[in-house]
Design a binder for this molecule. Structure first.
Ligand SMILES: NC(=O)c1ccc[n+]([C@@H]2O[C@H](COP(=O)([O-])OP(=O)(O)OC[C@H]3O[C@@H](n4cnc5c(N)ncnc54)[C@H](OP(=O)(O)O)[C@@H]3O)[C@@H](O)[C@H]2O)c1
Length: 276
């Protein structure tokens, strides 16, 4: 049995679908099973990181995501997993290496240390920027052809959640991945201006970017009910730091692990056209 946490989210939902598609028994953890909308073959259980112990009976492998910006729960969560399971695949973050002093870098680093010290067989995933972050523009794109934002020139190696999930599934279900950190990126580095144009191509609409100052972007995000206020400054600090640094280094890890090249952002935009 494989326990998937974050099973209703960007990556976890894909992990569930791919595991079920390959015939593996899957248990999905969610805080609200009534809204999970997962395939019938999945055992959906109510739980969260604080109550994870109750979801772990008979589980051999765990896909763990960390939806927090602190590691407060890390010791308890990892100890609970260790009591039941043998293997863990952790959706971590490249911020551990690239932005070690950020909240995301610090919390994931501490979590990784707990996992490494646990005695579990582990694989850490270090994904680049999720293509799914473009969904943050959904409201703007639904209401017009202009996307207003900051740091339009910032290049990101947008990574399709299906590719992250495909690597996770290999690490959960086959040997040879233990003790490995996989640095995962999309196949190309694209500015935010280019991302908006590509989404426009997928929608058949002339979308264009309108640049905001950092302060204007901060105000815009704080006023956006769908974006967590607590993450605004961390995000903008991260963007500022990335803009000052070198462009993202691309890897072939998705293809090396799965045998299939990483999907393009254009492919992601086509897959998600209905979401906009
Ligand atoms: N976005 C990026 O560019 C990026 C890049 C590198 C790494 N990462 C890392 O990827 C992870 C996020 O992955 P994701 O986008 O797949 O996750 P997600 O879609 O944001 O969330 C996954 C699920 O976690 C549960 N959840 C959300 N907030 C929670 C909370 N406060 N307490 C308990 N459960 C909560 C929700 O499930 P239920 O409501 O069903 O319980 C949600 O569907 C983070 O650790 C992030 O640091 C992200």
């Amino acid at each position: 049995m494989i326990l998937v946490t974050g099973a209703t989210g960007n990556v976890g939902r894909q992990v569930v679908h791919q595991l079920v598609g390959a015939g593996h028994p899957v248990r999905a953890m969610t805080r609200d099973p009534s809204c999970a909308a997962l395939p019938p073959a999945v055992e959906v259980v109510k739980g969260d990181h604080e109550t994870i112990d109750r979801c772990l009976d008979g589980v051999e492998s765990v896909f763990l995501i960390w939806p927090f910006h602190t590691a407060d729960l890390a010791t308890g969560v990892v100890a609970a997993i260790r009591r039941h399971a043998r293997r863990i695949v952790l959706l971590s973050s490249g911020a551990v290496r690239d932005q070690p002093d950020s909240a995301v870098g610090l919390s994931h680093n501490e979590l990784e240390q707990r996992v490494e010290q646990s005695g579990l067989a582990w694989t850490m995933l270090w994904p680049s920027t999720f293509a799914a972050n473009a969904l943050w523009w959904r409201g703007q794109i639904r209401s017009g052809d202009v996307v207003r934002g900051g740091f339009g020139a910032l290049k990101m190696a947008m990574l399709h959640e299906r590719d992250i999930a495909a690597v996770a599934v290999r690490a959960l279900t086959s040997d040879g991945h233990d003790g490995t950190r996989y640095v995962l990126t999309g196949p190309e580095a694209l500015t935010q201006v280019e991302q908006v144009r590509i989404i426009g191509d997928a929608l058949g609409r002339p979308l264009r970017w309108q640049e905001l100052s950092r302060d204007e972007e901060r105000q815009r995000l704080l006023a956006d009910d769908d974006f967590p206020d607590s993450f605004v400054d961390a995000l903008l600090d991260g963007y500022a730091q990335m803009l000052d640094g070198p462009p993202p280094v691309l890897t072939n890890t998705v293809e090396e692990v799965t045998g299939r090249p990483a999907r393009s952002f254009a492919e992601w935009a086509k897959d998600h056209a209905g979401d906009f």
